[in-house]
Structures are given as structure tokens and as C-alpha cells.
Design a protein. Structure first.
Lengths: 243, 238
């Protein structure tokens, strides 16, 4: 065991953690806002809006993220119009391109999760809210959204983990996050196994902590579920094990 | 000279990259199919270990947890660079000189196979737990031995319950196969990169690649839908 090398690799890889987290955090935040808009469009009674959202989700879920990143990073530069516009300082930067591609991608996946959550709200709850005289906005804010968030949270937690994993693709457009640093060390030293184990452990640690945070939020949001024995079948359906 | 238009570039004419892109798409599908087959073998072994319990089930748990928690790109690097390093070491023992590259196709298929195996293990395990005890008890009562029971009762039911999950795993795998382009395998994305580089029209070719990926994913989701209804014959839906 070459401990100095392991320690050095560990420290260098740790240097990539902030960028990995920053990419995941910003794109999850933008993606969540986008997802909410898409889900609202999809559920609206306005035909063209719903069709537009449907098409967006279909295209973004049907193509690889790497192709989407390349389209933003390399693709837009093809057009002189874009190169001379005020957007160019942003589209020239790999960081912002990664953010744009990741947010638009997670927006598509998350909108389906949110839509599922909203659709799961029992109709009786909405009728009761209407009977109390709540306006549509109040209904949405006080009844639909809180219930939908509880329903969607486990699946959204999985989406966050997927996003952390997806940030590794930013290394292909030269960003030095954990995977980027790992690839650099591997090509310098060819010591694949050691670098892989340390980088993998860092990702596992990040994802473990995020999973715990989502679990804590879930626990905090569902006080009424505590102390009630869960049905084993229902639990495995909720966990998505039986699709 | 005027620039060739979109359809001239991605078409089948003299300046067209159409045949090359289609060939890339075939390689992409081949990668995904090999990866899926490797994943199915690993996944069913891991699911079996998990169901059987004992020490092997701990190993299967570690496998599925780790492979679902780290980025696929890292796994591809592990197989590509690790494979090259291993094969070079073997080469040196046999007297070869220098660096020997590990075939990118094999490394890529193994890598996405490992990742998809971890996902398939969970799908198979869930499907197995959905098989009702009564069916297995009935098979025992009829006097079937273990193997017949597996072949005629358990396996068909597990496939029926697992198909929707397997469809998801396949779609994920298909899109992950684009990452193998980093090892230089000329699949759909790498081919578009080559075309984009030589024509300086990146948007055109990445757009064409996106359309082809969309066609592949749509066709495969329709096929899975058909397979689902085929394997659910004799199932009454309420």
C-alpha cells in the first residue's frame, strides 16, 4: 500500500467536491422551478401548453444527457447570431453550459415526479377545499402542494442522487469536478484501482448524506405516519421496487 | 460555394454523413444489447443471492448499493483504463513491449453491464417477491421438482412482473451507452463528434444524433409495451 499516494489522491479528489456539489445544487434548484412550470403546463386545460410540455419531456427523457450537453456547449456556437448576442459570454463558459444542460434535463424528469404527486392528491380533498370556499390559488398552496410534495419526495430524492451522478459528465467539457480530477490522476499515473476506489467512496459518501437528509425531511413532513405500522406490501410499492 | 444544407449533411448523398451515423446507431444498439445481456446475468445472480440470504446476499447488497451510488462514467474509466493496465501487465509477462489498449467496445459493454446489473437485480428481486406463495405451493402440490417449478412457474411470472422495470433499465442503459464515446468507440455520439469536427457544424450533427437516439428509445419503448401485453396474456385486468 502506497499511503502517501493514496493521501495525495484523496486530497486532490476532495478539491473536486465543491464543484460537484455546486453543479448539483444550482441545477437542482433551476430544474425544480422548471419542473413546476412544466407540470403546471402539463396539467393545465390549455391544449397547446400541455402538448408543449409533453413534447419537452419526451425529447429530454428520450435523448442522452451527454448529447444535450454537447448541443449546448458545442452546438450553439455554430450560429453567428448566438456568437454575437449578449448570451455568448454565458454560452462560452463550460460551467454555465453544464448548468443549463443539467437543469433542463432534471426539469424534464422532475416534472413527471411532481405531476405524479399532484395527480395522487385525492379528489375528495380538493372538493373539501372548494366547499370551504378556497380560491384556486389557495387550494393549490394549502391543500394540493403540501400533499403532492409528501407523495413526490421519495422519488425526488432519487432524482437528486441521479443529478449528483450526472454532474460527472461535466468533466467531459473540461470542468474539474471529482470525476474530472480522477480522470486526470488516472491519465498521469495509470493507477486506476486506487483512484477509482477513492473517487467512488467520495460519491457514495455524498449520496449517503443526501439520502439521509431527504429521509429526515420526509420524517419531518409526515408526523401522522409515525408510530403506525407500515404495511409491508405498501412499503415496497412506495419504494418503487414493484413497478 | 454555398454551404450544404441540413439534409445534404445528414443525408445519403455525396456529402452526406447518413450512412456513417446509421452505422454508429447500430453500434450503439449493439453496445446496449451486450450491456443489457451482461446486466441480466449479473442482475439475476445478484437477485438470487439476495433472495437466498446468507453471506452472498451481503456481497450482492454491496454490489447493488455501490454501483447505483457512483457515476457510470467512473465505472467506464475503471474498465477502460483498468482493462488496458491489466492486459498490458499480462502482455509484459508474455514478453510484449509497451502499452496494449483494451478493446473499447468490450470495456464499455462490461461497464454499462455492471451498472445495469445492479439495477436489474433490484427489478428481479421485486418481481420475485410479487410472485404469490400460492402459485409455488400449487406447483409443489402437483409434484414439480425445483427446476421444473422455476422453469414453468417462477420464471414466466417473474418476467411478467419484471418487464416494466426492465424497460426502464433498458432506456437508462441506452442513454448511458453514449458515455462510451469517451473511450473512442465509434458509436452514434462519437460518430457525430467526428462529423461535427470535420464539417464544423456541431449543432447539425448533435441534433441529428439526438433525433436518432429519440427514434431508438421510442421504438424500444413500443416494443417493451408489446412484450408486456404478450407476457400478460391470461391476466385479467380490472
Amino acid at each position: 500500500m502506497d499511503f502517501p499516494f493514496l493521501a495525495d489522491t484523496f486530497l486532490r479528489l476532495c478539491g473536486g467536491i465543491p464543484l460537484t456539489l455546486l453543479l448539483a445544487l444550482i441545477s437542482c434548484a433551476i430544474g425544480a422551478a422548471l419542473a413546476l412550470c412544466l407540470a403546471a403546463m402539463r396539467l393545465s386545460k390549455i391544449g397547446p401548453l400541455a402538448a408543449l410540455a409533453h413534447a419537452y419531456v419526451f425529447v429530454y427523457r428520450g435523448t442522452p444527457l451527454l448529447v444535450q450537453i454537447f448541443l449546448v456547449y458545442y452546438g450553439f456556437g455554430q450560429f453567428p447570431l448566438v456568437r454575437h448576442s449578449f448570451l455568448w459570454p454565458i454560452l462560452r463558459e463550460p460551467f454555465w453550459c453544464a448548468i443549463i444542460a443539467l437543469s433542463m434535463n432534471t426539469g424534464a424528469y422532475a416534472s413527471e415526479i411532481i405531476r405524479g404527486g399532484i395527480l395522487s392528491v385525492p379528489h375528495g380533498q380538493i372538493e373539501a377545499a372548494r366547499a370551504c370556499g378556497m380560491s384556486r390559488l389557495t387550494q393549490f398552496r394549502r391543500i394540493v402542494m403540501p400533499l403532492a410534495i409528501r407523495q413526490a419526495l421519495p422519488a425526488y430524492g432519487t432524482e437528486i442522487i441521479l443529478m449528483v451522478k450526472a454532474t460527472s459528465l461535466a468533466s467531459i467539457i473540461t470542468l474539474m469536478e471529482i470525476t474530472g480530477v480522477a480522470a486526470e490522476i488516472i491519465s498521469e499515473t495509470y493507477r486506476v484501482i486506487e483512484v477509482f476506489v477513492i473517487a467512488g467512496a467520495l460519491y457514495l459518501a455524498i449520496n449517503f448524506i443526501l439520502t439521509r437528509i431527504v429521509q429526515i425531511i420526509e420524517h419531518w413532513l409526515t408526523p401522522y405516519e409515525r408510530g403506525r405500522p407500515a404495511l409491508p406490501l405498501a412499503a415496497s410499492v412506495d419504494a418503487g421496487e414493484i413497478a | 460555394m454555398n454551404n450544404p444544407g441540413f439534409f445534404q449533411l445528414v443525408g445519403f448523398g455525396q456529402q452526406g454523413w447518413g450512412p456513417a451515423l446509421l452505422l454508429g446507431a447500430v453500434v450503439t444498439v449493439a453496445l446496449a444489447v451486450s450491456g443489457f445481456a451482461i446486466g441480466a446475468s449479473l442482475g439475476s445472480l445478484a437477485a438470487w443471492a439476495k433472495i437466498a440470504g446468507g453471506r452472498l446476499s451481503r456481497a450482492a447488497d454491496v454490489y447493488t448499493t455501490v454501483l447505483r451510488g457512483i457515476p457510470d462514467l467512473l465505472v467506464i474509466y475503471l474498465f477502460y483504463f483498468g482493462g488496458s493496465r491489466g492486459i498490458s501487465a499480462i502482455g509484459h509477462l508474455l514478453g510484449a513491449e509497451g502499452f496494449i489498449g483494451f478493446p473499447g467496445f468490450l470495456a464499455g459493454a462490461l461497464a454499462i453491464g455492471m451498472v445495469s446489473g445492479a439495477q436489474q437485480a433490484e427489478v428481479f428481486r421485486g418481481a420475485y417477491s410479487a410472485v404469490s406463495r400460492g402459485e409455488i405451493e400449487a406447483a409443489i402440490a402437483v409434484g414439480m421438482d425445483r427446476w421444473t417449478r422455476f422453469r414453468r412457474i417462477v420464471a414466466p411470472l417473474v418476467i411478467r412482473y419484471a418487464l416494466p422495470g426492465l424497460g426502464n433499465v433498458w432506456q437508462v442503459l441506452l442513454k448511458e451507452s453514449a458515455l462510451i464515446s469517451v473511450t473512442g468507440v465509434v458509436e452514434l455520439l462519437r460518430q457525430s463528434q467526428i462529423a461535427a469536427g470535420s464539417t464544423r457544424q456541431p449543432f447539425t450533427f448533435y441534433f441529428a444524433a439526438a433525433v436518432l437516439y429519440l427514434v431508438i428509445t421510442t421504438v424500444s419503448s413500443l416494443s417493451f409495451f408489446k412484450a408486456e401485453s404478450r407476457f400478460s396474456r391470461g391476466l385479467r385486468r380490472s
